[in-house]
Ligand binder design. Structure first.
Ligand SMILES: NC(=O)c1ccc[n+]([C@@H]2O[C@H](COP(=O)([O-])OP(=O)(O)OC[C@H]3O[C@@H](n4cnc5c(N)ncnc54)[C@H](O)[C@@H]3O)[C@@H](O)[C@H]2O)c1
Length: 356
């Protein structure tokens, strides 16, 4: 089976876990931790990094096997990654680096961006992943446009509304290119747990009056999100991901990143609270704490998106592939309950390749 060639925009913690994971499941094909060992003909070991773009001079010019462990990345090292002969190249900064992040994402203003469209074409990438910091509205659209110009499929892992936006999807359809997004939904993360718990409560006949989800962490993603102006779309994405699948929309709700606690590093801690009314009008309350390593939690799902989007590409599909986006992202064009989204995703793969 041919390799799935991928380009990465933003060699941060999520990219680190993805690159380490590809190596890990190549060396240990029977190891636990994946939702699917095979997706159609593709295994995780079929994913090959061919291009990496960042703007932090501590990563640029280094092989991706080293750059993924360069500061300020702080996620756990769980895999030895040999030299991949993929040198990280300088991208377009645009709005990727917030003012309060300049000491953390260190940009050398003398470094000039490579031509992204030419690099994407030269690398023969099948799929390009956008792993930019939250709030990179302009930069995310710049790289999405570069994918359109280069004929490369696009995955938007961040809360910018591109693959769920009709006008952008039209552009991907016109060019005959598939895409999936927006805002990746982690394997067992705050969003999926909050969706499951609140749905369970409604399915069992209790009424939800209000709910909150507080998230804290110590990676650059959490530091970047200290600026409320940068996280407007993140709050929308995370809130809609929960409220969209509830019957009662008229509830008090507050969901989103809540603080940066440096010593937590890539450990994300999430507190979910739900208050409501049970049988006989009697009140109930639920409190739940989830503590996870943030970046590997999204990397597993990314291996699913990459492999299924390659199937879409092999089939000549274009535009947003909702069978993939609804299952794997917080803000797909179409929100579907997770149990149904799983069936639709598996049917999408199975229609050609048999049982997942
Ligand atoms: N579980 C998860 O970790 C999860 C879930 C959903 C969404 N996300 C989103 O995925 C994105 C990546 O997360 P992360 O933890 O890897 O972030 P990160 O802060 O570790 O990495 C971001 C990287 O982007 C680089 N960058 C900044 N501006 C750039 C530009 N203009 N061009 C190219 N590179 C640029 C930075 O130097 C850095 O290396 C974030 O938006 C995050 O919110 C993550």
């Amino acid at each position: 089976m041919s390799k799935i060639k991928i380009a990465i925009i933003g060699v941060g913690n999520c990219a680190s876990s993805l690159v380490q994971g590809i190596e890990y499941y190549t060396q240990n094909p029977d190891a636990d931790g994946l939702m699917y060992r095979d997706i159609g003909p593709y295994k995780v070991s079929d994913i090959e990094i061919v291009l990496a773009i960042d703007v932090d001079y501590r990563k640029i010019g280094r092989d991706i096997s080293e750059a993924i462990f360069a500061e300020p990345n702080c996620t756990k090292k769980f895999s030895e990654v040999p030299n991949k002969k993929v040198i990280v190249k300088m991208g377009n900064v645009l709005d990727g680096v917030a003012n309060h992040m300049r000491d953390f994402f260190q940009v050398d203003s003398k470094m000039i961006s490579v031509d992204i469209v030419s690099e994407l074409k030269r690398s023969s990438a099948d799929i390009c992943i956008c792993y930019l910091p939250v709030g990179s509205a302009e930069a995310a659209r710049f790289y999405a446009q570069a994918c359109l110009d280069a004929g490369v499929a696009f995955v938007n892992a961040i809360p910018e509304f591109i693959c769920s936006d009709t006008q952008w999807v039209e552009k991907f359809i016109e060019k005959g290119i598939p895409c999936a997004g927006d805002d990746i939904k982690s394997q067992v993360g705050a969003t999926i747990v909050h969706r499951m718990v609140t749905r369970l409560i409604e399915d069992r006949g209790h009424k939800i009056d209000n709910t909150y989800q507080l998230n804290i962490g110590g990676n650059t993603d959490f530091l970047n999100m200290k600026d409320e102006n940068r996280i407007v779309s993140k709050r929308i994405s995370k809130t809609n991901a929960v409220t969209s699948i509830l019957d009662n929309k008229k509830i008090g709700v507050r969901i989103g990143p809540s603080d940066y606690i440096p010593h937590l590093k890539d450990n994300k801690v999430c507190y979910i609270n739900v208050k409501g009314t049970q049988f006989g009008g009697v009140p109930f309350e639920l409190d739940l704490k989830l503590s996870v390593e943030d970046s590997p939690n999204s990397a597993g799902v990314m291996t699913e998106i990459i492999r299924s989007l390659k199937i879409a590409k092999d089939r000549g599909m274009s535009g947003n592939i909702n069978e993939i986006s609804s299952y794997t992202c917080k803000s797909p064009a179409k929100q579907i309950r997770d149990s149904e989204a799983k069936k639709i995703f598996e049917n999408f793969v199975n229609e050609q390749y048999g049982k997942l």
